[in-house]
Design a protein around this ligand. Structure first.
Ligand SMILES: *Cc1c(COP(=O)(O)O)cnc(C)c1O
Length: 379
C-alpha cells in the first residue's frame, strides 16, 4: 500500500466487538487475565502496552519502513530512551546544529552520567569521520536541522558510520521532514526519532515522541527501556497523534506549497540578509535536498539585516503568524530562535545568529500569510 493509504489505515482496523471505525481510547491501566501468567492478547499493564498506543506504534513502524515503533510522552523522552542504550564512557557524535533541547539533554544532563559528546558539521561526512573515536556508539543526525535547515546526506553519513570498526548506531531525528518527505531507515539509518508534537500530531494539541527501527533485537532492548524507565505516551495522546497522522500527506503538501511561495517572497526582499529553505535554489544543499526529500517542508528561517532588534520587531508584529515556540501545526508560527527555542545554546558553539527569524508555515491561505509578513516588515 502507498503512504497516503497507510497513514489512514496502518495499525488500525475496525473494532472487532462493535465495529467502531476509530481506534478507541483505552483508558485502562490494567487488564483481566484468564489465569495466572495468561494475559489476553499480551496486555498486562498499560506502561508496558496499551491498545491505543499499540495502534499508533504499529502505524509509525509502517510509515517509516520499520518493523517496530515505540511511542513516548515527548520527543525528549524518546531521545533520552535511545541514550539509555549506552553506558558510562560511551561517546556520541551529534550534529552541530541539533534541536536546542537535544543539545541541553546531551551537554547539561547526560554528561553527568559519564557519557561523552562531541558536535560536528554533519553536512560533510569527512567532518563526521574525523569526530568518530574508538568509544563512539551513537551518531545523532538531524536533517533538515533546526533552525538553519541544513541538509546532511543520510546515505553518505550511513556509509561513513558503517565503515567505522565499532559500527555505531545512526539515529536520525526525522521531526522536520516526517516520513512523508524522507524515510531514513531506507537510506541506512538504524533508528528514527520523532517529536510527534510537531507535524505528526499536526494540530498543536499534543506532546509526544517516537522511536522507530528495523532491527528486532534493538527493538526489544528499547521496548525494555521504555517499560523500565516508563516515559510512555498515554492513550488519549496516542489517539490524537493517530488522528493527526491520517492527514499528514495532505498537510505536508500544503505546508510545502505555502513555504515555497513565502521563501520566494522573502528572497526578493532587500532587508533579508540570508534565507534558509531547502527547496529554494539559494540553499547550499539545494540539489541534495531535492534528491533526498519529496518536498521542501514547511520550515523557513531567515536573517534580517537589522539584526536582533529587527527580528524581534517583525516577530512581535505579525497577526496571523502567532509568536510561539514549537512548529508543525496547521497554524503558522513565528519565533526568534536566539531568544526563544535556542536560548540554551547561548555561549556555546551552537549559538545562533540573533537576527534569525524562524517560520513554521501553516496551511492557511498563502496570500494572507504573505500580506501578514508584509505588514510586519512595515512595507
Ligand atoms: C521539538 C523537537 C524535539 C523535542 O520534542 P518534544 O516533543 O518537544 O520533547 C526534538 N527534535 C526536534 C527536531 C524538535 O523539533
Amino acid at each position: 500500500m502507498k503512504f497516503e493509504t497507510l497513514a489512514i489505515h496502518a495499525g488500525q482496523e475496525a473494532d472487532p466487538n462493535n465495529g467502531a471505525v476509530m481506534t478507541p481510547v483505552y483508558l485502562t491501566s490494567t487488564y483481566k487475565q484468564d489465569g495466572i501468567g495468561k494475559p489476553r492478547q499480551g496486555y498486562e499493564y498499560s506502561r508496558t502496552l496499551n491498545p491505543t498506543r499499540k495502534a499508533l506504534q504499529d502505524c509509525l513502524a509502517e510509515l517509516e519502513s520499520g518493523t517496530w515503533g515505540l511511542a513516548f510522552a515527548s520527543g525528549m523522552a524518546a531521545t533520552d530512551t535511545v541514550l539509555r542504550l549506552l553506558s558510562q564512557g560511551d561517546h556520541v557524535v551529534a550534529g552541530n546544529d541539533v534541536y536546542g533541547g537535544t543539545f541541553r539533554l546531551f551537554d547539561k544532563v547526560l554528561r553527568r552520567f559519564g557519557l561523552d559528546f562531541s558536535f560536528a558539521d554533519t553536512t560533510d561526512p569527512e567532518n563526521l569521520a574525523e569526530a568518530l573515536t574508538p568509544s563512539t556508539r551513537v551518531v545523532w543526525l538531524e536533517t533538515p536541522t533546526n533552525p538553519l535547515l541544513s541538509i546532511s546526506d543520510i546515505r553518505a553519513v550511513a556509509a561513513t558510520v558503517k565503515s567505522h570498526p565499532n559500527k555505531p548506531l545512526l539515529v536520525v531525528d526525522n521531526t522536520f521532514a516526517t516520513p512523508y518527505l524522507q524515510r531514513p531507515l531506507e537510506l541506512g539509518a538504524d533508528l528514527v526519532v520523532h517529536s510527534m508534537t510537531k507535524y505528526l500530531g499536526g494540530h498543536s494539541d499534543v506532546v509526544g515522541g517516537a522511536i522507530v527501527g528495523k532491527d528486532k533485537e534493538l527493538g526489544q532492548q528499547l521496548a525494555y527501556l521504555q517499560n523500565a524507565a516508563g516515559a510512555i505516551q498515554g492513550p488519549m495522546d496516542s489517539f490524537l497523534v493517530l488522528r493527526g497522522i491520517k492527514t499528514l500527506p495532505v498537510r505536508m503538501e500544503r505546508h510545502a506549497q505555502n513555504a515555497e511561495k513565502i521563501a520566494a517572497y522573502l528572497a526578493q526582499r532587500d532587508d533579508v540578509a540570508a534565507l534558509y529553505y531547502p527547496f529554494h535554489e539559494s540553499h547550499a544543499q539545494f540539489k541534495l535536498a531535492q534528491r533526498q526529500m519529496k518536498n521542501g517542508g514547511g520550515m523557513i528561517s531567515f536573517v534580517l539585516k537589522g539584526g536582533s532588534e529587527a527580528a524581534v520587531r517583525v516577530a512581535e508584529a505579525t497577526k496571523i503568524f502567532t509568536l510561539a515556540e514549537s512548529l508543525g501545526g496547521v497554524e503558522s508560527l513565528i519565533e526568534v530562535p536566539a531568544a526563544m527555542t535556542h536560548l540554551s545554546t547561548q555561549g556555546s558553539p551552537l549559538e545562533v545568529d540573533p537576527g534569525l527569524v524562524r517560520l513554521s508555515v501553516g496551511i492557511e491561505n498563502v496570500d494572507d500569510l504573505i500580506a501578514d509578513l508584509e505588514q510586519a516588515f512595515g512595507s
